[in-house]
Design a protein around this ligand. Structure first.
Ligand code: PLP
Length: 368
């Protein structure tokens, strides 16, 4: 049965959407995280999809249902060698018999990162690899040289974040508000979510605002200030809001603009860079500790995004900087992906990347 749009009451022409996710995701109490005066709830977006979910599938539901991504052409996107966005996109495209091309940059080759790389290549995705983020234009150049225009993929921005994709997280905000109405959890005072390209947090903030739920959204950045800051966040909020307006947002809401809509509902946001450590995707001690604690509480986090986000929440709880009901949004798909690794996947690792991985002493995972 087709899932109902939480957005329907707000939009005259809701865009098409695929039903890729099992929603709503559960909200669970996490007493193992509580601090005096604060009760923690976890939004289990790790359970969005049997194939592979986390937050990514919420965006893909909208992206893959609409132009320019809704035909048979390959899609080309960008991320680290262990990018969850690329893995999610590759698996969902593979299920549609379609192909992913990707420009990738090196990340610290943790076990988790290498598993993701193995899954990515096992889907048949084709990679163009460079050692660092600033070198990505070189990957683009190599890609354009290698592929004739008619073979090249349709470009999808990093993290799958477009205005339209954010609607997946606007719906997620409305979904949480419905769960509050249904008594699943009390109205939260604060919500902790990790930020990369900011599609998730911006969509959530707008969804909470549409629902009239005044929440303090704390965006725990996985990226250095150069890559994630107020400018990016405001721009992404604007893009998400513009997508809502294009879809026929009610005129009295459209007239408010993104900042006005948030202000009217009492939704605020702030960015926390304290957990980035030495850089994007470099594990930190606090992040690793948070991942281990979460594992004992039944959550499967990772050290690039969700571990650092939980580390920030734990630090704020310990300092008494957050009180009342608080939500930790778990954006990491918990699926065990090793079943997707095919024998011989290593042969598909681009030569230069393979040399760098060997130099770094990386142990490539085998098919199970
Ligand atoms: C597990 C996880 N959570 C959150 C994010 C960041 O989401 P966004 O790019 O929408 O800020 C990512 C990005 O890849 C991710 O992999």
């Amino acid at each position: 049965m087709k899932r109902e749009h939480h957005l329907s009451p707000f939009l005259r022409n809701p865009p098409a959407r695929l039903d890729l996710a099992s929603l709503p995701t559960p909200v669970e109490r996490a007493p193992w995280l509580d601090a005096p005066g604060a009760a923690v709830y976890v939004k289990r977006d790790d359970q969005t999809s049997r194939l592979y979910g986390g937050g990514k599938v919420r965006k893909l539901e909208w992206l893959l249902a609409n132009p320019p991504y809704d035909d048979r052409r390959p899609i080309v996107s960008v991320g680290g060698i262990g990018s969850h966005h690329l893995v999610a996109l590759a698996l969902h495209l593979q299920a549609q018999g379609r192909e992913l091309h990707a420009w990738v940059f090196d990340q610290v080759p943790t076990r988790h990162t290498l598993d993701d790389l193995a899954v990515l290549l096992s889907t048949g995705a084709k990679l163009w690899a460079v050692p660092t983020r600033p070198a990505l234009p070189l990957a683009w150049l190599a890609y354009r040289t290698w592929n004739r225009p008619e073979q090249a993929g349709v470009y999808m921005p990093p993290g799958g974040t477009t205005g339209l994709a954010c609607l997946g997280f606007v719906e997620a905000g409305l979904e949480l508000a419905q769960q509050v109405k249904d008594g699943v959890l009390p109205a939260p005072q604060a919500l902790y979510v990790t930020g990369g390209t900011c599609g998730s947090c911006c969509g959530l903030a707008l969804g909470l605002a549409l629902a009239g739920l005044p929440v303090r959204v704390r965006v725990v950045s996985a990226l250095e200030r150069l890559y994630l800051g107020t400018t990016l966040l405001k721009r992404t909020l604007g893009q998400a809001f513009a997508a809502l307006v294009r879809a026929g947002l009610r005129p009295e809401l459209a007239a408010l603009g993104p900042a006005g809509l948030l202000a009217r509902a009492g939704v605020t946001w702030s960015i926390d860079h304290s957990q980035v450590g030495s850089g994007y995707a470099v594990p930190t001690a606090a992040g690793e500790e948070a991942v281990a604690l979460a594992a004992s509480g039944g959550l499967s986090l990772e050290t690039t995004y969700t571990g650092k986000c939980l580390a920030a929440l734990r630090r704020d709880l310990a300092a008494g900087a957050v009180s009342g009901p608080v939500v930790f949004w778990d954006t990491h798909g918990a699926n065990d992906l090793r079943q997707h690794i095919v024998p011989g996947w290593e042969a598909r690792v681009p030569m230069a990347l393979r040399r760098r991985l060997i130099r770094a002493g990386a142990a490539l995972p085998a098919a199970t």
